[in-house]
Design a protein around this ligand. Structure first.
Ligand code: KG4
Length: 340
């Protein structure tokens, strides 16, 4: 028997709704907020207000595009956290209201679980390419950097995670330091394509086990730029492509080093990536090359499913729904979720 799930995502600055039939995507609508552009980052209060404006039209459009009426929905999956509390409240409150109005159950989804399962979003007309369990997922976003062992769609083990900054933050802060704009990841990705990744070196962390650290490399860039600019005020302008390429390579080296270690330790060769930074073209290339060299099967989510979207929430919600999970009506959003 098939199930129709409406997914709702509002954890940060994208209001999104999607409809899936099992894991097949019927629609995915995203309203990205432009209001933050002038502030160099997401302004939480503005994000909540924009979600309030967007949520009803976005959900209506997703249902229309899917050709699904509210009474055909089997469950409403929503992002419970982690994220900005005010933003999460909009999606959670909307899900509750709709649940009461149409008398259908809710399923809560950990946003990170959505990123981890992004490879499972099926689309008509494109081949199905999904990791088998257990697999390792390198989860890299603006708020997290983790290596997760995924035993089943609802069973996760964090093998390693950042002890300070997330890798996405390192991209964003590098861009900010260089006055390049926000969000930094896509800008650095683009400039790095024109630069020499071997030209400069930045210090790498020495953290035991499978944990990450990105604060040191960020500081290393800060001092490097400060010293170079003291000698030549045009240094940054004249070398930005090489700086971006070298900094990006350092971040990818750090990510890959621990991922290779985790694959060796667990003997797992099914490797996926997820989260905003998984859109990075150099990371995608390196992981594919590394995989070919090491006999891994690598799974890269489609670019449109790397950043925040409700399709991944609907699919994660589907798996929770069929495993019998239901959210109570008094569920509250949580800005930090320690575990899965
Ligand atoms: O997963 P995401 O959309 O939001 C959460 O943090 O949940 O990730 C956003 C992060 C930002 O730090 C952004 O700079 C980064 O993903 N990002 C990229 C690229 N596209 C987005 N980082 C590197 N290369 C990219 N192409």
């Amino acid at each position: 028997m098939s199930h129709i799930i409406l997914g709702i995502e509002s954890s940060c600055d994208d209001t999104s709704a999607a409809v899936v039939k099992d894991t097949w995507l019927l629609s995915n609508v995203i309203a990205s907020q432009q209001v933050h552009k002038d502030f160099g980052g997401v302004v939480p209060e503005l994000a909540s207000r924009a979600h309030e404006l967007n949520i009803v039209p976005v959900v209506s459009r997703a249902l229309d595009l899917a050709g699904v009426s509210p009474d055909q929905i089997d469950a409403i999956a929503f992002t419970r956290g982690p994220g900005l509390l005010g933003s999460l409240l909009v999606g959670t409150s909307f899900a509750k209201t709709l649940s009461i109005a149409i008398d259908k159950p809710m399923v809560m989804v950990n946003h990170l679980q959505g990123h981890i399962l992004a490879s499972f979003i099926r689309e008509e007309g494109t081949p199905v390419c999904e990791p088998s369990f257990p697999y390792l997922c390198l989860l890299v976003s603006g708020g997290n950097s983790q290596i997760v062992k995924v035993n089943s769609p609802t069973d996760y083990e964090i093998l390693g995670q950042t002890i300070d900054d997330a890798v996405g933050e390192a991209f964003d802060k590098c861009s900010k330091m260089m006055g390049l704009g926000y969000p930094g990841g896509p800008i650095i990705d683009r400039l790095a394509k024109e630069g020499n990744p071997e030209r400069f070196t930045f210090s790498k962390p020495h953290i035991p086990g499978l944990d990450y650290s990105f604060s040191g490399v960020k500081t290393s860039l800060l001092y490097f730029v400060r010293d170079a600019m003291a000698e030549d005020p045009m240094f940054m302008e004249n070398n930005k492509e090489d700086i971006c390429a070298s900094f990006q390579k350092t971040l990818i080296d750090i990510l890959l080093d621990k991922l290779v270690k985790a694959a060796k330790q667990t003997g797992i060769k099914e490797i996926a990536i997820g989260g905003g930074v998984s859109a990075n073209s150099a990371l995608r290339e390196r992981i594919t090359l590394e995989g070919a060299k090491r006999g891994w099967k690598t799974y890269l989510p489609k670019l449109k499913f790397t950043t925040d979207n409700a399709a991944m929430i609907a699919v994660a919600g589907y798996f929770s729904f069929i495993s019998g999970e239901r959210a109570p009506l008094d569920v509250a959003p949580v800005s930090r979720l320690a575990d899965y």
